[in-house]
Design a protein around this ligand. Structure first.
Ligand SMILES: Nc1nc2c(ncn2[C@@H]2O[C@H](COP(=O)(O)OP(=O)(O)OP(=O)(O)O)[C@@H](O)[C@H]2O)c(=O)[nH]1
Ligand SMILES: [Mg+2]
Length: 448
C-alpha cells in the first residue's frame, strides 16, 4: 500500500472575539458579534469561546484608553486562560493607543475590526487595481500605528542603508511609508484614467449596476442573467473587482450589467476611500439595483446599512430593490415586512432557481422604455449604411418604404443616442420624435 505524504497545513490562528456594542448598533439575529465571528472565519482563522454573551459590553461611549471597561478587560483575560487564543479580535475601531494598552493588558496580539476586514480584502484582491486599492488602505491604516510596530527597533538607530541624514528609524519608516502611499495613489490614478476612457467607449448602452450587502447573491444574479462565470461563494467579499457584462433582455435589447464589491456595516473608512473611484463608477449607472438576501434574518439591518453607505457615496437611492433567495424564504410575511414603506419597485426572485427572473427582465424593459423615445426616421433606400446604423442603435418597431424610394423606420431608442445619430447621419436622415422620454437618465441629470 502506497503511503500518501501527509500535507502539513499551518494550523489556523485561534481568535477570541470581544467588543463594545454602542446604542446605535442594531442587534444581530444570530446573537451579538455573530457577523464578527463570520469575518474571523472568512479570514481563515478559528473562533474560540462561546458565542456572544459575556465578552460583549454595552456602553454609551468607548473607554478612551482601552475601549472596553476595566472589568471587561479582566474578564477577557480570564477567558483567555480558558481558551488559549493566539490573538484577540475587538470588533470596534481602536486607536493606536488603545491597541497598545490592550496588548499590554492581555499580553497577546490585538486585531481591530478595520484590520481584520483589510486582511480579508487583501487575500481576495485579484486585479492590479484592487490590489493597489487594498494596499493603499492598509498603508493608510498603518501610518498612525508605525510607532507601535517599531518601538522595539527604535534603539537600532543607524542601521545601514535605511536612514536619511539625522533621521531616527521611525522617521525613516514614516518617510518610506509616505512615499509608498503617494506611489500607490499615482498608480491608482493611472488605472482609473484608463478605465474612464474605456467606459466612455461603452457610452451608448444602457447601464445597470448591482449593489448590496456582501454575500446576498449579486454575482450569482450577474452570472445567471449574462452567462458570466464570476466567482460565487458563501463568504463575505468574494467579489472585489467590478465586472461588467452584456445582458440580453427577452425583447432582444442589450444592456450592460455591473457587479461590485459588497457592503458591510461599519466598513473601514480607509477602504471606502481607496475604493471610491470604483464605487463611484459602479454607482453612476442608468439604473441601480439593490440586491437583498430576502432569506437573511438581518435583511432589514443589511438594507439600512447599504442605504447608509450609498447615501455617503452619492445622493441617490437604488431604483429597484431585488429580494433574492426567495427559494429559502419559508414565510412570505418576512418579505412583506421588507417591502414596507418603500417607494421603489420591488422584485422577488431566486438567482439560484431562476424563479422571478422574467419579472426582473420586464421591469428593466419598462424602465428602458420610459427612458427612451420613439422616433420615425427617413433615409434613402440606397443608403444601406445609415439604415444599418439606425437598426443597431435602437429597437425597430416598424418599417416601410415609400414611393419616392425612402425607407421609414420607427425606432425606440435611448435619448442620448438620438443626438449622436443626428450628428452622425447629418442630412442623410430626417428625424421626427413621435414619443418623447418619460423618465430622465440619471447620468444625463448628473451631466446637466
Ligand atoms: N438559496 C439561494 N442561495 C443563493 C441565491 N443566490 C445566491 N446564493 C448563494 O449565496 C452565496 C453568495 O452568493 P454570491 O453571488 O457570491 O454573493 P455576492 O453578493 O456576490 O457576495 P460578495 O461578492 O461576497 O459580496 C453563494 O453561496 C450563493 O450560492 C439564491 O437565490 N438562493
Ligand atoms: Mg460577488
Amino acid at each position: 500500500m502506497s503511503r500518501q505524504p501527509e500535507r502539513t497545513q499551518p494550523p489556523s490562528e485561534r481568535f477570541l472575539v470581544c467588543g463594545v456594542l454602542f446604542p446605535d448598533q442594531p442587534d444581530e439575529a444570530g446573537g451579538p458579534l455573530s457577523e464578527a465571528r463570520g469575518l474571523v472565519q472568512a479570514a481563515g482563522a478559528e473562533v474560540v469561546g462561546a458565542q456572544g454573551g459575556p465578552l460583549i459590553q454595552r456602553r454609551k461611549r468607548p473607554d478612551s484608553s482601552t475601549m472596553l471597561g476595566k472589568g471587561k478587560v479582566a474578564e477577557v483575560k480570564e477567558a483567555m486562560e480558558r481558551h488559549r487564543p493566539d490573538a484577540i479580535l475587538v470588533d470596534n475601531d481602536l486607536s493606536p493607543g488603545q491597541v497598545r494598552n490592550l496588548e499590554k493588558a492581555w499580553d497577546k496580539r490585538v486585531v481591530d475590526r478595520s484590520e481584520l476586514i483589510l486582511d480579508i480584502f487583501a487575500t481576495r484582491a485579484r486585479t492590479a487595481q484592487s490590489r493597489i486599492q487594498v494596499e493603499l488602505a492598509q498603508m493608510e491604516y498603518l501610518r498612525p500605528r508605525l510607532r507601535r510596530m517599531w518601538t522595539h527597533l527604535e534603539r537600532t538607530e543607524g542601521a545601514i542603508g535605511t536612514r536619511g541624514p539625522g533621521e531616527t528609524q521611525l522617521e525613516t519608516d514614516r518617510r518610506l511609508l509616505g512615499k509608498r502611499i503617494s506611489d500607490l495613489k499615482a498608480r491608482l490614478a493611472g488605472i482609473e484614467r484608463h478605465r474612464q476612457l474605456q467606459s466612455q467607449i461603452r457610452d451608448d448602452l444602457f447601464t445597470i449596476g448591482l449593489v448590496g450587502y456582501t454575500n446576498v447573491g449579486k454575482s450569482t444574479l450577474l452570472n445567471r442573467l449574462t452567462g458570466a462565470d464570476e466567482l460565487v461563494a458563501d463568504m463575505p467579499f468574494a467579489t472585489l473587482d467590478t465586472r461588467t457584462r452584456k445582458w440580453k433582455l427577452l425583447d432582444g435589447r442589450i444592456v450592460l450589467l455591473s457587479d461590485t464589491v459588497g457592503f458591510l456595516q461599519r466598513l473601514p473608512h480607509h477602504l471606502v476611500a481607496s475604493f471610491h473611484a470604483t464605487l463611484e463608477e459602479a454607482l453612476s449607472v442608468d439604473l441601480l439595483l439593490h440586491v437583498v438576501d430576502g432569506s437573511h434574518a438581518d435583511a432589514s439591518v443589511q438594507m439600512a446599512a447599504v442605504e447608509e453607505t450609498l447615501g455617503g457615496l452619492t445622493n441617490r437611492e437604488a431604483d429597484v430593490v431585488v429580494l433574492n433567495k426567495v427559494d429559502r424564504v419559508g414565510d412570505p410575511i418576512s418579505l412583506q415586512i421588507l417591502r414596507e414603506g418603500r417607494r421603489q419597485e420591488i422584485v422577488h426572485l431566486s438567482a439560484h432557481t431562476g424563479e422571478g427572473l422574467d419579472l426582473l427582465d420586464r421591469v428593466i424593459s419598462n424602465r428602458l422604455d420610459a427612458r427612451s423615445c420613439v422616433v420615425s426616421v427617413s433615409v434613402s433606400l440606397a443608403d444601406g449604411k445609415s439604415a444599418a446604423a439606425l437598426r443597431n442603435a435602437g429597437m425597430v418597431l416598424s418599417e416601410h418604404t415609400t414611393e419616392d424610394e425612402r425607407l421609414i423606420l420607427k425606432l425606440r431608442l435611448a435619448e442620448r443616442l438620438l443626438g449622436n445619430l443626428q450628428r452622425m447621419l447629418g442630412v442623410a436622415a430626417e428625424f421626427k420624435v413621435l414619443e418623447p422620454v418619460r423618465e430622465r437618465y440619471y447620468v444625463d441629470e448628473m451631466n446637466a
